[in-house]
Design a protein around this ligand. Sequence first.
Ligand SMILES: *Cc1c(COP(=O)(O)O)cnc(C)c1O
Length: 231
Amino acid sequence: MYEARLRENLPRVEARIAAAQERSGRTAPVTLVAVTKTHPPAAVRAALAVGLRSIGENRVQELEAKVTEVGRAAADWHLIGHLQRNKVRRALALFDLIESVDSYRLAQELSAEAERAGRELDALVELNVSGEASKTGFSPDEGLDAVAAVAALPHLRVRGLMTIGPLTDDAVAIRAAFVRMRRLYDDCARGVPGFEARWLSMGMSGDFEVALEEGSTLIRLGTVLFGERLT
Ligand SMILES: *Cc1c(COP(=O)(O)O)cnc(C)c1O
């Protein structure tokens, strides 16, 4: 069922991605992360079967079940939700990229745990550009300093920024938030030692085209690929 659905939805999404890139004249490669939260492991298998490689989950526990089913090495697993500090060790073993580093304390613990494990951890710093209280992440005002502090930690490799667009139908506000992110990302690329500008993660099912037009290089799509969430 999931595979049939994806074989129908993915080409449409890919066409929309290509059109958005063409409109803005951008040619940077875009990473599509398939967000499988609330869907069963069959959704992950289907994503892999149609050639998607990056899988996004927002909870450690849910991810564990899927990794057990499909295998740790089968996919690039992205954590896209808030990580509680008591789950840092488990998350480190499971995820290839933590997109949601949303506080300095969490960043410190991730770095310390990575050191204990004798490795480096790829991470994105999450900014709350919309300022909505329901969202975690650094405020854009503390943006550059916060990113610099996180990037200075010894065992984190900061490879970009992540944000969740404003929860609104106001297209102007959505675009403004993404433009602001893009500027911060460029500022980080120029001015933050150790910052590797690989991914600007912004755009979900409802706003990925605007995000791409404004320079996103990683979009996180759930609904538009798999249908409505199950819970
Ligand atoms: C759920 C989620 C997504 C995917 O949302 P859709 O609107 O279903 O595409 C993307 N990013 C984050 C952080 C999420 O929590």
